[in-house]
Design a binder for this molecule. Structure first.
Ligand SMILES: [Zn+2]
Length: 292
């Protein structure tokens, strides 16, 4: 274990709630030009590497599991999905490490059937939505059937929260609309589906206060700290993470855009108690994802 100041990682129990594929399937195919915009903005290369390298990197940082997310924003972006069968295949090759989450495009006619197939045939553990890339408002009635179905399937969902760097600084932001990342739209879904367990990914900039209010008020809504290096996370989010919401906030990176070791090094600097570190790094996630 190589992160100074995080003794709690010694048993490699930490769970990353938010990881994408470090491969062309995500970065180049599904991501395409809007991902290139984000990479240019942050001065990173769209480099790819293998799952074996990925897992070794996590193990070195003291992390034992990661949620691997599918991606289907085909209707809105025109880019191919990271197929659910592919996510299941990668999970099956590394079942100890990956928890597989599917993705369905809510704008496709067969999204309800695909959601059922993901759970019943592919044994995926939940669903990821990226409302900005997918171009939909989850509070609208036309998506009720999809969320009813997922609630009945009994698996959790991850919604994107806040702004997105996809399409950063391009003309018109490649047509993507930031408003769909407002967590208030997720509050409507949470109110109508009390048995649907919801994780709002990322500190939801610029709506962190709304997100904190929803996480406090809705027993079925949680959040993670992915997508932001700890040093740049809103102070109020960090205050809540170590007090009122210590049972609801989870560790996540947004791999491969952010990587576990540097993230955890900055997390160690926050001076959270060991009890809170354990909750955020794995205990809350274990409960949320129903792991033993
Ligand atoms: Zn992400």
């Amino acid at each position: 274990m190589s992160v100074d100041g995080l003794d709690v990682l010694d048993e490699r129990q930490a769970i990353d709630t938010h990881a994408h594929q470090p491969t062309s399937e995500f970065l180049h195919d599904a991501g395409g030009q809007m991902m290139q915009d984000a990479a240019d903005r942050f001065g990173s290369e769209m480099e790819t590497w293998s799952y074996e390298e990925m897992i070794a990197e996590y193990h070195d940082a003291g992390v034992g599991k990661a949620v691997l997310l599918g991606w289907d924003a085909e209707t809105n972006t025109g880019n191919p999905p990271v197929p659910n069968d592919y996510v299941a295949e990668v999970r099956d090759e590394h079942p100890e490490f990956f928890i597989g989450f599917g993705s369905v495009d809510p704008l496709k006619d067969d999204c309800v059937e695909e959601a059922i197939r993901c759970v019943e045939d592919l044994d995926l553990s939940g669903f990821k939505f990226q409302q900005i890339a997918q171009g939909f408002d989850p509070s609208q009635p036309e998506y009720e059937q999809l969320f009813d179905t997922i609630e009945d399937l009994g698996v959790p969902v991850v919604f994107h929260g806040g702004n997105s760097t996809l399409g950063a600084c391009s003309p018109g932001g490649r047509g993507l609309q930031v408003k769909y990342g407002n967590p208030m739209l997720i509050d409507d879904v949470a109110a109508r589906h009390p048995d649907l367990q919801i994780l709002i990914a990322h500190p939801a900039y610029p709506w962190e206060k709304e997100q904190l209010a929803i996480c406090q008020q809705k027993g079925n809504v949680y959040m993670d700290l992915s997508g932001w290096m700890p040093r740049y996370i809103d102070d109020q989010v960090l205050q809540y993470a170590k007090s009122l919401l210590e049972d609801k906030v989870m560790f996540g990176t947004d791999y491969p855009m952010l990587e576990p070791e540097p993230w955890l090094e900055q997390f160690a600097e926050l001076d959270f108690s060991e009890e809170t570190q354990r909750k955020i790094l794995w205990e809350n996630a274990k409960e949320f994802f129903g792991l033993d």
